[in-house]
Design a protein around this ligand. Structure first.
Ligand SMILES: *Cc1c(COP(=O)(O)O)cnc(C)c1O
Length: 395
């Protein structure tokens, strides 16, 4: 991407997320070209997984993405304001607003419970045909219609009166292993349940599914993680590029003797004379508390373990083994980045990649780069082509 530190002087006291729009474009094309169904929709919930919907959504639309999936009504409004023409699915059903508000903003609720169907029908009876999607609860025991609901709706004459079904949706419980037996079971239920209701496009695959068995691609994919370069299938690496880097600055470097307590409650005691670097990042910045003994950051590409706990906006790193010049106040430590994707650091702490990335990305100052921007020619004599930053790309 770009050297750590470049252009970050102005935010030298907080976490920074650098986002490579070029990598996002490449990931999008890879997903789109791999998917054999009708079209790929982008999941942009949680402010596009923390990458910033206001930049990511128009970018994806410019690459041909027409369907966007969010969780809440409020997120739906944000996408609608950015893209008047897009189709926007709201995964939490009708919970967020009166049903008429969904119509007024052309948002498609993905109904999460059979009890929402009468509300949708009533809206259709009041103002004419109404677009909905339906989720099926085929294995997660979470949201969507059950087998009992499906049977009842099949036998009810007016169950879908006035409704246009834009999609049937289900979500895998074992997405990380697209070939797991339980997934086959969910797949069979999905096919069977949808076959007895009014015909509509099926949406089965999230990121992992697109890179899994293509015979289960169906019409509409809902892809989040892969667009941002986050691996969701550790055992089966996907051809994607991690598109962000999270860094935080060192505030202070100090040499201490052996046997010194570091952090609240003396959680760490130096086993030998040590050099410590105190870093401006903590759980208030989304760094999991569980990182206190199980994770490391990187400084100048070299790993350095977190010691002495994770405080609200502060943590300590043992840098005894690092070259002296590389560790100084103002230098930035890297949590994850192109050479150290988020899934690896998350795995070291036993959490899901998005459980680390989304909270940290949300709270960081975001800077947009573009590795695909037109190369800028240096004046004659230098003879080097350098990757240029598109004008206005640094937010
Ligand atoms: C978040 C979400 C997705 C996207 O999953 P990724 O693995 O990030 O691609 C798809 N469908 C539903 C219902 C989701 O909640």
């Amino acid at each position: 991407m770009y050297p750590v530190n470049e252009g970050l002087e102005a935010v030298s006291d907080r976490t920074v997320l650098e986002i490579d729009l070029g990598a996002i474009r490449r990931n999008w094309r890879m997903v789109r070209d791999t998917f054999t169904g009708h079209s790929v929709g982008a999941v942009v919930k949680q402010d596009a997984y923390g990458f910033g919907a206001s930049r990511i959504v128009p970018l994806l639309a410019s690459l041909g993405c027409r369907d966007f999936w969010v969780v809440s009504f409020e997120e739906g409004l944000e996408i609608r304001a950015l893209l008047p023409e897009a189709r926007v699915f709201v995964l939490h059903g009708l919970a967020g607003a009166p049903v008429a508000e969904f119509r007024a903003n052309a948002l498609v609720p993905v109904l999460v419970d059979a009890a929402e169907l009468p509300m949708a029908r009533a809206e259709a009876a009041r103002r004419g045909p109404f677009d909905v999607a339906l989720q099926f609860d085929t294995g997660l025991t979470r949201l969507g219609l059950t087998l009992g609901d499906v049977r009842r709706l099949r036998d009810e004459a007016d169950a879908f009166a006035g409704l246009r079904v834009a999609a049937y949706v289900t979500h895998l419980a074992r997405f990380a292993d697209p070939f797991a037996h339980r997934n086959v079971q969910q797949w069979r239920r999905f096919r069977s349940w949808s076959s007895v209701l009014p015909a509509a496009p099926l949406s089965f695959c999230a990121s992992a599914g697109v890179f899994g068995d293509s015979s289960r691609h169906c019409a509409l994919a809902r892809v989040g993680s892969a667009i941002y370069g986050v691996e969701t299938t550790p055992a089966r690496p996907q051809p994607i590029t991690f598109a962000a880097r999270l860094t935080a600055p060192i505030l202070r470097v100090m040499d201490v003797r052996a046997g010194v307590e570091v952090g609240y409650g003396g959680v760490y005691r130096t086993p030998r004379p040590s050099r410590l670097a105190h870093v401006a990042a903590g759980y208030g910045d989304g760094i999991p508390f569980s990182f206190r003994h199980q994770a490391h950051v990187r400084i100048g590409g070299r790993p350095a373990p977190i010691v002495g706990g994770v405080a609200m906006n502060l943590m300590t790193v043992d840098v005894t083994h690092l070259p002296e010049g590389s560790v100084r106040p103002g230098a930035r430590v890297e949590f994850y980045g192109p050479d150290a994707p988020v899934d690896r650091l998350a795995a070291a702490a036993g959490i899901a990649p998005n459980a680390l990335m989304v909270p940290t990305a949300h709270r960081a100052h975001r800077i947009y780069r573009d590795s695909e921007a037109t190369p800028v020619a240096r004046p004659a004599g230098h003879g080097v082509l350098e990757q240029g930053k598109a004008a206005g790309d640094a937010a």
